[in-house]
Write a protein of this length. Structure first.
Length: 101
């Protein structure tokens, strides 16, 4: 099993609207690609929030091939949509993990 983790620091000025957009639009759009079978979103609690909250969004795929297909076929378009909507009001970094136990 593969976990694709996207951690995002969100400016306070858009925090509520961004989270609503994630839950109602972006997360369903990612899942509708068919490459991930579930997701979860968590708010980091032991971080500096002076600039805004930080969220970790995790997408679960059966294997690395499904993740690679998502990256090849959908990631660029979905990232561009987020950038167009929220501009420089959030910053994200991505990590890929494999469940070993």
């Amino acid at each position: 099993m593969i976990i694709y983790n996207v951690t995002s620091k969100v400016d306070w000025s858009i925090a509520e609207a961004w989270l609503s957009w994630m839950l109602k639009e972006h997360l369903p759009e990612v899942l509708n690609t068919g490459y991930f079978y579930k997701h979860q979103i968590a708010k980091l609690i032991d971080v500096d929030e002076s600039d805004g909250p930080t969220y970790a969004i995790q997408y679960y795929a059966d294997d690395i091939e499904k993740y690679n297909q998502y990256i090849t076929n959908h990631a660029t378009i979905l990232r561009k949509k987020a950038q167009e909507r929220w501009s420089n009001q959030f910053a994200s970094f991505r990590t890929l993990m494999e469940i070993v136990n």
